[in-house]
Design a protein around this ligand. Structure first.
Ligand code: GZL
Length: 326
């Protein structure tokens, strides 16, 4: 099937050669380096996601890779359709950020049968056949949850607290960050008898749902709540809006632990409204394109690539922290 695209490119190169004696090498170079990556982005639900899309777009340009970018607007069926269109277009590499972990085997089997390598970005899939993707580039979400839990244990020590009651606003159900940020956090806090989880609700990584969740949690538990653990900054910022509407002081009346590290959250940390920000960088574009170039050249690639990530807390000196870029 790819021979048709190659024939078309050769024909185009020949045409360019006919009209420009010096163009033959350029046309041939263009034919040899015109590499195409199809990327299905899951949506535009948060500043993190917008930063990730920008990172992918900029990196494709700087690596000289043509990019077909499709936004699924938070719907898995749109991602599946996008992947099928990439297969039909015979892209050189398919990449996508799976909105949830299940339901990908069929379409990725079609990509495998078409001989197109697949790079997962930011989130993993649940499959019995891990040959259906060639590489994963993204965070270790379990460790992000562990870091959030370890901060809270440290906070309880510093406060000499006998008991801290936690409410948790989780990310998209069945998504890798939603599952693993929960597990990592609870594998730490559930071992500490001072730390009691009152309830975990899903805010789907949306600021608007973070507001709704915080409002209903306050109605249900009121001043029992000592801690909010929120799986992303967007939901956290929505929750902070509600706390302030109700006359509560975020970061003081309620300890706030959040994940992502977008600028607005770091600003909240510096202002004392947030106590801990666990970084989850969206700047994955260059890592993706480096892997894509290797796959396009037929080279082996690592199955998993995690970016470096850190934690920012109220106990740190943040004065020289660089702008976040998302
Ligand atoms: C995490 C990413 C999550 C972010 C949210 O890598 O999948 O999705 O934490 C985003 O902000 O919506």
């Amino acid at each position: 099937m790819k021979w048709k695209r190659s024939l078309l490119l050769l024909w185009l190169a020949a045409c360019v050669g006919l009209f420009s004696a010096c163009g033959t090498q350029k046309a041939a170079d263009t034919e040899n380096t015109a590499k195409l990556l199809g990327f299905s982005q899951l949506g535009s639900e948060s500043s993190w996601r917008l930063g990730n899309t920008e990172s992918i777009t900029r990196a494709a340009e700087s690596h000289g890779i043509s990019l077909m970018l499709k936004n699924a607007n938070q719907r898995q069926e749109n991602q599946i359709d996008a992947i099928r269109s990439f297969i039909a277009y015979q892209v050189d590499v398919i990449s996508f950020s799976p909105i949830v972990e299940d339901g990908w085997d069929n379409v990725l089997t079609e990509a495998k049968n078409a001989g197109i390598p697949v790079i997962l970005v930011d989130r993993l899939i649940h499959t019995e056949d891990d040959s259906l993707y060639d590489a994963y580039v993204g965070a270790d979400f379990y460790q992000e949850g562990v870091r959030a839990g370890e901060y809270l244990v440290q906070k309880a020590e510093r406060m000499k607290a006998d008991k801290l009651c936690i409410v948790e606003i989780a990310g998209t159900q069945d998504s890798t960050p939603g599952l693993q940020r929960y597990q990592g956090f609870h594998d730490v806090v559930d071992q500490d008898s001072r730390l009691i989880t009152l309830e975990t609700v899903s805010g789907d990584f949306l600021r608007s749902k973070g507001k709704e969740c915080m409002r209903s949690l306050l109605e249900k538990y009121g001043d029992q709540i000592d801690v909010l653990y929120s799986h992303n900054d967007g939901m956290t910022l929505g929750a902070i809006d509600v706390l302030e509407e109700q006359g509560l002081v975020p970061g003081k009346d309620i300890i706030i632990v959040t994940v992502d590290g977008e600028q607005e959250a770091i600003d909240g940390l510096k202002a004392g409204k947030i106590n801990c920000v666990v970084e989850c960088t969206p700047m994955l574009g260059d890592l993706v394109m480096e892997l894509a170039e290797k796959l396009m050249a037929g080279e082996a690639v690592p199955k998993v690539t995690h970016p470096e990530e850190q934690v920012f807390t109220e106990f740190d000196d943040l004065s020289d922290l660089a702008p976040r870029g998302y």
